[in-house]
Design a protein around this ligand. Sequence first.
Ligand SMILES: [Zn+2]
Length: 170
Amino acid sequence: MHFAHLPAGYISSKLFVKKFEKRKVTAKTFIGWGMFGAIAPDLDFIYYIIDHGKHHHHQFFTHFPFFWLTLLFFSLFALLLDFKRGFITALAFIFTLNGLIHTLLDTIAGYVLILAPFADMNKPVTIAHYFPWDAGFIEFFVILWAIYLWKKDQLLGIFSKMGSSLNMIE
Ligand SMILES: [Zn+2]
């Protein structure tokens, strides 16, 4: 995945934002942290630069699905124990969830060490070969979905206007 990580982060944050309505966090902050989580695994590009490109950046721990799964597990645990309904646990949840989604999306477009650090580190996995479509189509679909969620109200307004003008023609 190249371009769809941020839009994917937007989609999942937007789908969850209503669940955290009662917490002391604005939708903007919640979605902002969600989108940051969606690109956080790619911060390993810094390591890639230091390493002079000797390893693919997916070999770094920020691209291990298990790393994010563990963080997500802890954030869910914190969320359940947070009786004061604070905002930090909500932000931690969406941040780690989107980090995990990032690593899973990367397996569609490229190779990821899906079982690292528990299994053979030299065997990256991809599901790209089993997908009926090119990864570019999936990115395109994710981007379209994000635009739809972002501009839903305006789009529905335009369509209803078109509908009412059609009624006038009839
Ligand atoms: Zn990545």
